[in-house]
Ligand binder design. Structure first.
Ligand code: GLU
Length: 506
């Protein structure tokens, strides 16, 4: 088999939807698995839909996820240029070839004329049944074509779809898919502005870039009949790529396709990175800014439509590469289960080293104006990581340990504080102050032993210590927090809390 060459071919029409990242991932995995080549091609021939910044966004998203193209704009490669707007002449030359061999024809119908037809007949299709009634190089009297071309009358070039052909697409996921050529319209290949349509550019590029496998979203399956006809028209059928159309990504409730509006509606990310569009409706928070680890995002996406056939859920990119096969991609839509995404991220946070977590979390602290040492922050992340699903939650889960002073929850205080506990609290604080070893384990043992010796009920005091350290009845282990804070800060908190308790009305 020839070396595998796959491409991810997004159109820069806005932020790249998370489904696009999944498509890129599956292409990447297939390439990596077989020592093949993963190509990024920017399909920007539709000038009307071009959005500035979208190409940069696509590239940044791929790099954030670790899906670096082997070839592509800015990545090198011998089959460039990799941006379709830079390949205009190539398409024009190829279209000239189709015109010469009679597989394509000039069409001079104006937009208004075609609209008028459509108004009369909503089912109107520019196809074999009507093409001789329309204004094109097949229907015009001989000589007229040259006249129109000489006069510079605008034209499009259309594919001449052959009659009565059974067009078969062998799809790796869906098996054989049949199209009857009489149901296919004569697609425009070259537009009046001289730009190719998606169909033409896509096929020409896949051929010239020696693409072996086309892995793309299900929404492109209906176009594939035309694509096969184009390969036939060019005489390239022998080297036609293998197709694999990926299942849809469904809304969290499984009802219909996941859309960008679902993200806003449900307050969840459906784009890899944040995007600032022209309006609020067109601006989104990304997985990255939500605090996701890109490895978790890839793991989550990999399992959105594919499964390894085993119980394993956590995969590194390397493991995914080994386990991946296109044949194990399902046909049915895959539900976008955000809780599952959170679960994956939680798993990655739990297994991440504390220094990496501290580094990633630090930017979230910057806005708070707090000066926290690396050593403290690393320990802090270690202490809280099993309670956190994504980075910003490191703040919610333990901000009271980072802030200089806690705010006391009056309800917790009034529920747990009793004035008769003053001596016990004073005693325990002074006992704690005298401890040399300030590590959670020994501290726990010493304090509980002391409480026992003093015949003080541990429940009463330990809860108050917790409130003293956190302001409320929350947080990780009391002695873990003390170890993190150190003796001085712990004792300070306890003393301040006791003052507060004494002054509280119980
Ligand atoms: N430009 C198309 C898109 O935006 C590519 C489809 C394909 O991969 O053929 O998805």
């Amino acid at each position: 088999m020839d070396a595998i060459r796959v491409r991810f071919a997004p159109s820069p029409t806005g932020a790249l939807h998370i489904g696009g990242v999944r498509t890129a991932l599956y292409n990447y995995l297939l390439a990596r698995k077989h020592n093949g080549t993963f190509i990024l091609r920017i399909e920007d021939t539709d000038q009307n839909r071009f959005v500035p910044g979208a190409e940069e966004y696509i590239i940044e998203s791929l790099l954030w996820c670790g899906l670096k193209p082997d070839e592509g704009p800015g990545f090198g490669g011998e089959y460039g240029p990799y941006r379709q707007s830079d390949r205009k002449e190539i398409y024009q030359a190829q279209v000239a070839e189709l015109l010469r061999t009679g597989h394509a024809y000039y069409a001079f119908d104006t937009t208004e004329e075609l609209e008028a037809r459509r108004e009369k007949d909503p089912n109107f299709k520019y196809d074999a049944s009507v093409r001789m009634e329309l204004k094109n190089s097949l229907s015009l009297p001989s000589g007229e074509l040259q006249n129109l071309l000489d006069q510079g009358v605008p034209y499009t070039v259309r594919l001449k779809v052959p009659d009565n052909q059974d067009v078969v697409v062998e799809d790796l996921i869906r098996g054989q898919v049949h199209f009857q050529s009489q149901e296919l319209d004569d697609k425009v290949l070259l537009k009046a502005d001289g730009m190719p349509t998606y169909h033409l550019a896509n096929i020409v590029d896949d051929h010239l870039m020696r693409i072996t496998h086309v892995i793309r979203g299900e929404e492109w399956l209906p176009s594939t009949g035309h694509h096969v006809l184009l390969y036939r028209a060019f005489g390239w059928e022998d080297t036609m790529p293998v197709f694999a159309h990926l299942p849809l990504i469904l809304k969290p409730d499984g009802k219909g396709k996941l859309s960008k509006r679902d993200g806003t509606r449900l307050g969840i990310p459906v784009f890899p990175l944040s995007w600032k569009g022209e309006s609020a409706e067109d601006s989104f928070t990304g997985f990255r800014e939500f605090g996701f680890d890109p490895r978790a995002v890839l793991n989550f996406l990999a399992l959105l439509g594919w499964n390894s056939g085993t119980e394993q859920e956590l995969f590194s990119l390397e493991e995914l590469t080994q386990a991946f096969s296109v044949e194990k991609i399902g046909k049915g839509g895959a539900r976008f289960d955000f809780d599952k995404a959170k679960w994956f991220n939680h798993q990655y946070i739990q297994t991440s080293p504390n220094d990496a977590l501290a580094r990633e979390f630090r930017p979230y602290l910057e806005t708070k104006g707090l000066n926290i040492s690396d050593a403290f922050l690393q320990k802090y992340c270690g202490l809280l990581k099993d309670r956190v699903h994504f980075l910003p939650e490191f703040w919610d889960a333990g901000h009271y340990l980072l802030e200089p002073a806690v705010a006391f929850d009056p309800e917790a205080v009034s529920k747990k504080w009793r004035p008769d506990l003053v001596p016990a609290m004073e005693g325990v604080i002074s006992f704690i102050r005298d401890q040399a070893a300030f590590e959670a384990g020994p501290l726990h043992d010493a304090v509980t032993q002391w409480l026992k010796d003093q015949q003080i009920k541990p429940g009463d005091i330990l809860t108050l210590l917790r409130i003293a350290l956190t302001g409320a009845m929350k947080g990780p282990g009391v002695f873990d927090m003390m170890e993190l804070l150190g003796k001085e800060a712990s004792v300070q908190r306890l003393e301040r809390a006791l003052d507060h308790f004494k002054n509280s009305v119980s």
